[in-house]
Design a protein around this ligand. Structure first.
Ligand SMILES: [Zn+2]
Length: 122
């Protein structure tokens, strides 16, 4: 498991699982650490995935109601962004295959539309 957080004082590391549902961690060495806001990132990923699921189900039930486009949102883009945010929330790609797909998703997504985990434009 890839560490999400490292103590700058003693190099102790915590996994995403260790950090789950915690806002701060007190290291054994006494150093206090702020856990990155992975919950907001995970919620953003879930929200994108839910929008895509909604449009896919509407299309499956009702067919193409919009004329020129199949979906009211770009389903591919929403799912790609959901994937990107899900990987961000876990602290980055876990292996080479995931890193390749992550990098391809970043290229596919409009860089201007991407938000960093802090909510700022890169
Ligand atoms: Zn420490």
């Amino acid at each position: 498991m890839r560490p999400l957080l490292k103590c700058p004082n003693c190099e102790r590391a915590w996994s995403t699982k260790d950090c789950a549902a915690r806002e701060t961690i007190l290291c054994d060495c006494g150093h206090g650490l702020v856990v990155p806001d992975v919950r907001s990132t995970a919620i953003a990923a879930a929200s994108n995935a839910a929008e895509a699921v909604h449009d896919l189900l509407a299309f499956a039930r009702e067919g193409n109601q919009l004329g020129s486009t199949a979906y009211s949102v770009s389903v591919g883009e929403k799912l790609a962004d959901a994937f990107r945010l899900a990987i961000d929330a876990q602290g980055g790609p876990e292996d080479d295959d995931e890193a390749q797909f992550y990098s391809a998703a970043l290229k596919y997504l409009d860089p201007a539309a991407l938000l960093t985990p802090e909510g700022e434009r890169p």
